[in-house]
Design a protein around this ligand. Structure first.
Ligand SMILES: [Zn+2]
Length: 212
């Protein structure tokens, strides 16, 4: 049976939100989408970009995966979901911004740092998370770090790595170089609803809660 929660939610959408935004949906259907922002986020049910950024239909082009990872450019004939979404966003939609959105309490990162089962060779998550590390790279808890600090550092490092990997895509590099597009990192704190945006020059995430 189709989940009742969804049927009810859909009916509420049809009664309330849809009539309010009907013109927008019609225009989007007629003219097509032209979002200016792509968000690469985590699958985590607590971190929905449309909710966090309070946006409507047609505003965000979103790809979500375990731990908001971007692979390196690998035109090897394989099927690459994130890369296909990136190609569409940059080449066809010509988005002006790509935001990599990391978050606190990320299960994918936690699984990665804990090396927990069932991340056996036959499973998908272990293999997926491997794209986060470079060959020979060692990711370890530092002496002075608590487990929570370690996990947060790696959650943020995943955003840095994804931003780095983005630039391995020639069309991303080209769009950034020509000034048509910018890439950004952000980190969402689930409990407080806090948002930190990466200051690339300072290599630090800074709160934007009270910024102008
Ligand atoms: Zn996550």
């Amino acid at each position: 049976m189709f989940p009742q929660r969804l049927t009810e939610g859909y009916r509420a959408f049809l009664d309330e939100r849809f009539p309010r935004e009907k013109n927008r949906f019609e225009a989007l259907a007629e003219k097509g989408q032209s979002p200016e922002v792509m968000v690469i986020g985590c699958c985590d049910s607590r971190v929905s970009p449309e909710v966090i950024f309070d946006v409507g239909p047609g505003e965000l082009f979103v790809v979500r995966n375990i731990a908001n990872l971007v692979p390196v450019y690998q035109p090897d004939g394989g099927a690459h979901g994130v890369s296909a979404a990136l190609e569409f966003a940059v080449q066809v939609l010509k988005v002006k911004h790509i935001v990599v959105l990391g978050h606190a309490q990320c299960g994918g990162i936690r699984a990665f740092v804990d090396k927990i089962e069932p991340l056996t060779p036959g499973d998908f998550i272990g293999k997926w998370m491997q794209m986060f590390i470079k060959p020979g790279e060692v990711v370890e808890q530092r002496d002075h770090e608590t487990m929570a600090q370690f996990v947060e550092r790696i959650e943020k490092a995943a955003v840095f790595r994804s931003l780095e990997n983005l630039m391995t895509f020639p069309f991303v590099q080209k769009a950034v170089d020509s000034g048509q597009m910018q890439t950004h990192g952000a980190y969402f704190g689930v409990a407080e609803g806090s948002l930190f945006v990466l200051d690339k020059a300072a290599k630090e995430f800074k709160s934007v809660r009270n910024a102008a």
